[in-house]
Design a protein around this ligand. Structure first.
Ligand SMILES: Nc1ncnc2c1ncn2[C@@H]1O[C@H](COP(=O)(O)OP(=O)(O)OP(=O)(O)O)[C@@H](O)[C@H]1O
Length: 507
């Protein structure tokens, strides 16, 4: 534990897991300084911390996926430090990694049963049994898709829920969930919390990683805070620790939420007329120069499909789009970018970044600076400095592969790569997924800065509070069409949520 560690005693049951002097170094850099930590049997233990603080590293070490540089781990009094991932799983330690993936070419049932394939017969897989078992799991977690469906056909939200169910279904004594709520809607979060409560009441213990103080307060009975690889607080009771105090422990400074000074009556910059593409139709709207427009809508409502259409990822089948009065071609990502419209995806793993390329190379994806036909390294360096001034990326150095960065820092690289196009319109699809409180404010301020330079920003977020703090106006989608516009006094979290809850969702 770091020298300034804060501890408040939450009395309780015997230790289930003890971490003693565990550290992790990468090439001489500490991702985790030696820490001591205890998880009590029967608890839901929250881990909070800035991007790159070491949370994922710690749970990965506990699960046996990453080898610690020093220290020991005891589970129910047994030293498990040298046990493998599979042996720890057998003992009841389960991990849902931050980027738990489903295999898109396999069915929901096959994904649920990986890697053990319970339901297999002697040397042969009996698919009727596999589907029967999977259907019972889907029913237990009230998941609305068929066991036989191909996992790749599910929405990202449902793929996430599938991977959570895959982890929870195995039981286990200690289940560690690394940012399980990232990219889940409000209702889906509530259901996840219900599952955790039920399983916890039945004796399962949890580690729960989140960037949301409210979630930690709602579901955890104690929490630990990591900062830059150091454990700065442990065994805090989140229900009696103020949100400000937790945020101060997380970031090391007192922080204030960004609230935008709402703008009105702006000159139109982007005008969409009778646009139609898969997922929406008949959409006409105008976005002002210097405006932040929010898109509200459940998955399948058309909001995301519209956002992707602006970025050239869901080509328009009908309608026109004008930028400063000129018709623009948004049929491909490259043509949209060329016209000045950039989309920042919510799926950085599959659409945004290339894990094996460096931070610097990812910042220039699709946008290499060249000189005499060769890559201009000097210009790349200048750009890195410029981006780093606006969003602080925690990497050992610019040549580090982006796949080695923490999730939140990958998100910042993605943001940087979009800014490299000097866009006039930026479409942000859930831009603050997985980023810490400080970085969230950085991203919000950056959107504000873009608009002060005359750009327009379109943002899709499922967090109604965040939406109302950062946008000037919002439009709600339902069943593939715009149904409501919220502005002025009507733009409140309650109105945003009620506009969502009354929506029909097209299948
Ligand atoms: N394989 C690796 N090689 C080099 N450095 C690594 C590797 N894996 C993680 N790191 C570094 O270890 C540090 C801690 O990362 P970690 O993923 O544990 O942070 P985190 O607290 O989970 O952050 P986030 O909230 O952004 O997910 C980061 O600086 C990261 O770049």
């Amino acid at each position: 534990m770091g020298p300034e560690a804060v501890t408040s005693s939450v009395t309780g049951a015997a230790p289930l897991l003890e971490v003693r002097g565990v550290s992790k170094q990468y090439g001489g850099n500490y991702a985790l300084e030696p820490i001591d930590l205890t998880i009590r049997a029967g608890s839901v233990h929250g881990f909070l911390g800035k991007n790159g603080a070491g949370k994922s590293t710690l749970v990965s070490i506990i699960a046996g996926q990453t080898k610690q540089t020093s220290g020991q781990i005891f589970f129910e009094g047994v030293d498990i430090s040298s046990k493998t991932y599979a042996e720890r799983k057998e003992m009841g330690i389960h991990l849902l990694p931050q980027h738990a993936e489903v295999l898109p070419e396999l069915s929901v049932a096959e994904n649920l049963l990986l890697p053990d394939f319970k339901g297999a017969g002697r040397g042969l897989i009996r698919f009727s049994k596999v589907n029967e078992y999977a259907t019972s799991v889907l029913e237990r977690y009230r998941l609305p898709f068929a066991a036989e469906a191909m996992a790749g056909t599910l929405t990202l939200h449902d793929q996430r829920r599938l991977s959570i169910a895959r982890t929870l279904k195995d039981g286990g004594k200690l289940v560690m969930l690394d940012e399980p709520t990232a990219s889940l809607g409000k209702q889906e979060r509530r259901e996840l919390f219900d599952w955790i409560r039920e399983l916890n009441a039945a004796g399962q213990s949890f580690v729960f990683i989140s960037h949301y103080n409210s979630e930690i307060r709602e579901i955890c009975d104690e929490c630990a805070v990591l900062r830059d690889g150091v454990l700065v607080a442990d065994a805090l009771d989140p229900r009696v620790t103020s949100s400000e105090e937790i945020s101060r422990l997380v970031t090391g400074v007192a922080h204030e939420e960004f609230v935008r000074d709402r703008q009105t009556d702006l000159q139109p910059l982007l005008e969409v007329h009778e646009a139609r593409a898969p997922g929406f139709r008949g959409v006409s709207l105008s976005i002002g120069a210097g405006e932040i427009l929010g898109l509200v809508g459940l998955p399948g409502s058309g909001a995301k499909e519209f956002a992707r259409a602006l970025g050239g990822l869901n080509p328009l089948e009908a309608g026109t789009v004008r930028l400063r009065g000129e018709t623009v071609d948004l049929h491909r990502v490259a043509s949209a970018r060329k016209a000045g419209v950039c989309y920042m995806t919510d799926d950085r793993i599959h659409e945004g970044l290339v894990a094996d390329l460096s931070v610097m190379e990812n910042l220039h994806l699709g946008n290499w600076p060249t000189k005499s036909g060769l890559v201009d390294a000097a210009q790349m360096g200048t750009f890195y400095e410029r981006i780093h001034d606006r969003v602080v990326i925690r990497a050992w150095d610019p040549s580090q592969p982006v796949g080695e960065l923490s999730g939140g820092n990958q998100q910042k690289v993605l943001l940087g790569s979009v800014l490299g196009f000097d866009p006039q319109v930026v479409v942000f699809d859930e831009p603050t997924i997985g980023v810490d409180v400080g970085a969230k404010e950085e991203i919000h301020s950056l959107m504000d800065e873009l608009t002060r330079q005359g750009a327009a920003v379109v943002v899709l977020t499922y967090d109604a509070d965040e939406m109302c703090r950062i946008v000037d106006r919002a439009v709600a989608f339902s069943d593939g069409a715009v149904v409501t516009e919220l502005a002025g006094d009507e733009l409140t979290p309650d109105r945003v949520l009620s506009s969502i809850s009354t929506q029909k969702v097209s299948s």
